[in-house]
Design a protein around this ligand. Structure first.
Ligand SMILES: NC(=O)c1ccc[n+]([C@@H]2O[C@H](COP(=O)([O-])OP(=O)(O)OC[C@H]3O[C@@H](n4cnc5c(N)ncnc54)[C@H](OP(=O)(O)O)[C@@H]3O)[C@@H](O)[C@H]2O)c1
Length: 255
């Protein structure tokens, strides 16, 4: 049996109709997992689920959910139970950045939206899914943070704060649930060529400058996260919990 085999496992992913979330869902399905992918727009989820099902490996279901709302997250978990069964793997990948500007000037609603979607929603999800994993005595949850967690920023500072808080959440949950066999880790991407970050890379001159500062000399692509998702979800990472794993072409080294 391969260390990476996910046959018979059920994975729930948020923010998974495109970008890194979709790449990670595909990778889990390729290893045999049943994947429930979620995002706000059902039509994009249907297209993404069809793409995964066409691979002919693990089955995919698309269930709409805005992670900012606790009742929608509960409905997502309930629907996952109905279509796929008890959950073994969570990838909390949805994240938002509604505000560019100094933290000292952020309006209350933008601050709350950022913290709610990037931190609180993942705590809710963990609380809702942990009973499945406690019952099985095993499970893996990974939440998408960012290298923005590791440094200050005058334009993206509140987003970075939320992603640092998410690493703090991962550490606490890892400590609380480790004795029950549940692992929690954070994924910290560098700049990845997705819609979410388009404003940061969609300019040839800027892109060239950024690439020259990255040891691997290119921006990240969604598929660069496929291997990490399988690693974190599977037995291959069975002794790893409470960690923040940085995937950024070397743009951010150990701090
Ligand atoms: N791209 C980067 O450079 C980068 C770097 C570091 C960290 N990240 C983090 O990576 C994660 C994924 O981003 P990505 O770059 O892969 O973005 P993306 O390609 O734009 O995909 C974002 C996904 O999240 C969904 N989504 C957005 N808001 C949501 C909400 N409130 N509730 C549920 N789903 C929502 C989107 O679908 P709908 O619009 O249909 O909801 C989509 O499926 C985020 O947590 C982001 O903070 C990105």
């Amino acid at each position: 049996m391969s260390l990476f085999d996910l046959t018979g496992k059920v994975a729930l992913l948020t923010g998974a109709s495109k970008g890194m979330g979709l790449a990670m869902a595909k990778a889990l399905a390729e290893q045999g997992a049943t994947v429930v992918i979620s995002a706000r727009k059902q039509d994009q989820l249907d297209a993404a689920a069809a793409e995964i099902n066409a691979l002919g490996k693990g089955q995919a279901f698309g269930v709409a959910c805005n992670v900012g709302y606790k009742d929608q997250l509960q409905a997502l978990v309930d629907e996952t139970h109905k279509v796929a069964g008890k959950i073994d793997i969570v990838i909390g990948n949805a994240g938002v950045n509604p505000y560019y500007g100094p933290t000292s000037e952020i309006p209350d609603d933008a601050y709350q939206k950022t913290m709610n979607a990037n931190v609180q929603s993942n705590l809710w999800l963990a609380q809702m899914v942990a009973p499945d994993m406690v019952e099985k005595g095993a499970g893996s949850m990974a939440f998408t943070s960012s290298i923005g967690a590791f440094k200050p920023s005058v334009m993206l500072g509140t987003y970075g704060m939320s992603k640092l808080a998410l690493i703090g959440l991962v550490r606490n949950l890892a400590a609380e649930f480790g004795p029950k066999g549940i692992r929690f880790n954070a994924i910290c991407p560098g700049l990845v060529r997705t819609e979410f970050a388009r404003e940061l890379w969609d300019n040839p001159e800027v892109e060239e400058r950024i690439k020259n500062d990255i040891p691997l000399r290119r921006l990240g692509e969604p598929d660069d996260f496929a291997g990490l998702a399988v690693f974190l979800a599977s037995d291959a990472s069975r002794y790893m919990t409470g960690q923040a794993l940085t995937v950024c072409g070397g743009s951010n080294m150990w701090t």
